[in-house]
Design a binder for this molecule. Structure first.
Ligand code: ADP
Ligand code: MG
Length: 370
């Protein structure tokens, strides 16, 4: 659970900013360009050491500053408080500390789940986005599986490099056998981990998607890779003899996809923008509820720029479901777009103006319980 955020020199955030984060719902509201997304980004940077915006990390240093520094205070499962520090300066020096020392596995950092309008690519974009999602869900459900994807990717790249040498006549084709065996031994657990993760996610996704207004939603893992390691190895051997000149392996989990659908049709081809957005949100909410079901800590949910796109009833449903699953931080141009009373046990709102938290008017600098 996150308790507070402090930032200095981070993007347009002015001065020494310090604010508490509500255990349930925190709202940043203000005009376009005020710094609402930058506040979410500061939280993201404080917890992960990376900006949620693309581009060089140095771009996160405020135009007028030489360095950026973010601290996030959080409590662990036992209620003990900890503090992260992430900083960088223009010379490229970076620090990521937890309780003043290098991070260790003994103090796991709170995880972050982010909705940003660009994330519609998860549904609309090429399959690589959905493979990444499957691997991320698999890794969050079983952290020991986090590196399966990277290992397979490395072996595939090495195998393809060998293949180029075979084609250039530098190596006999039999050299590929050992690489295909390795590829098969890494493909099988990757496929199994994706299949298991999506199977666990599917009912949670469906429930969240129905809540958000999708009809007959579904998610399924699609792979052409069947069977165990041995059958994968045999198939790779077949392909090798059928088409030895083929430059890349056209069989394997690097070609997998997820089908996300509603009313029996893929949302990628047939979904409206609103349906695609609902599906992305349902993936986030579904993953949090799957994690809760597995007894794992729920990631803090950052919802950027989503409220204005939803009708009032969907806003209520979204906030209700999001808050039920753990801590939530939302941005909106107008506070009235975020239903809080009756939808969150407590909430705190901050008005953001030109990179400052406006302590006047509706938002005191410290938590206001509603
Ligand atoms: N490194 C930086 N230093 C100063 N300002 C920045 C930096 N990076 C982005 N900004 C500015 O921050 C402003 C607020 O951005 P943002 O948080 O996205 O606003 P919004 O409230 O609409 O979400 C933008 O005008 C942008 O130019
Ligand atoms: Mg924004």
């Amino acid at each position: 659970m996150i308790a507070s955020l402090e930032a200095r020199g981070y993007r347009n955030l002015a001065g020494e900013l310090s604010l508490s984060i509500d255990p349930h719902l925190t709202v940043f509201h203000g005009l376009n360009g005020a710094g609402k997304t930058n506040l979410l980004d500061a939280l993201h940077f404080g917890l992960t050491g990376a900006s949620m915006r693309s581009g060089a990390i140095k771009n996160a240093i405020g135009f007028e500053s030489d360095s950026a520094r973010v601290e996030v205070e959080f409590s662990d499962k036992t209620g003990t408080m900890h503090k992260t520090l992430a900083s960088l300066d223009r010379s490229g020096q970076r620090r990521n500390l937890v309780d003043g020392a290098a991070p260790t596995a003994s103090v796991p950092l709170p995880r972050v789940a982010l909705f940003h309008p660009d994330h519609l690519q998860t549904i609309k974009g090429p399959p690589a986005h959905r493979r990444a999602l499957a691997d991320q869900v698999a890794g969050s459900l079983s952290p020991s599986q986090t590196d399966l994807r990277a290992r397979y990717g490395r072996t595939l790249a090495q195998r393809n490099a060998q293949l180029r040498r075979v084609r250039a006549g530098e190596l006999p084709v039999t050299e590929l056998e050992v690489w295909d065996s390795r590829l098969a031994s890494e493909a099988a657990p990757l496929v199994a981990s994706r299949r298991d993760a999506i199977e666990i996610l599917a009912p949670h996704f469906r429930e969240a998607a129905i809540t958000l207004g999708l009809t007959e939603p579904g998610i399924a893992y699609k792979t052409r890779v069947g069977g165990d390691e041995e059958s994968i190895r045999l198939r790779l051997a077949e392909l090798r003899t059928e088409d030895p000149g083929r430059a890349y392996v056209m069989y394997g989990p690097h070609l997998d996809d997820l089908h996300v659908e509603a009313e029996g049709r893929p949302l990628k081809q047939f979904g409206s923008q609103g349906q695609q957005r609902a599906a992305v949100l349902a993936l986030l909410l579904g993953e949090r509820s799957a994690l809760a079901g597995a007894g794992r800590e729920s990631p803090i949910l950052l919802l950027d720029d989503v409220m204005s796109e939803l009708d009032p009833r969907r806003r209520e449903l979204l906030i209700g479901a999001a808050v039920a699953g753990g801590q939530v931080v939302v941005t909106a141009t107008d506070l009235s777009q975020v239903p809080s009373e009756g939808f969150a046990p407590t909430s705190t709102s901050y008005r953001v103006e030109a990179g400052r938290i406006d302590a006047g008017a509706d938002s005191p600098p410290l938590a206001e319980a509603v």
